[in-house]
Ligand binder design. Structure first.
Ligand SMILES: [Zn+2]
Length: 76
């Protein structure tokens, strides 16, 4: 099992975790609401987990342009 992180805004691949001992609770997934989990977490046919996150570049630009963040969120 591997866990893949992608940026939700620019699509950049942020990284992959292949440690099979990682439990979803260790990632903090259990803290998400059901809706957040559906939006951010998906499983592919091989059992890998894909997590939609945000990269540092986008995080920075969003902090500078909070309105853009709101807009981006609404079109999902
Ligand atoms: Zn990004």
């Amino acid at each position: 099992m591997a866990i893949h992180y992608h940026c939700r805004h620019c699509g950049t691949k942020l990284g992959t975790i292949t440690n099979t001992s990682i439990h979803s609770e260790a990632l903090g997934l259990h803290k998400l609401t059901e809706q957040e989990r559906q939006e951010m977490v998906s499983y592919d046919l091989s059992g890998d987990i894909h997590i939609t996150a945000i990269c540092e570049d986008c995080q920075e630009s969003l902090e500078r342009n909070p309105d853009y963040h709101q807009y981006d969120y609404l079109i999902h």
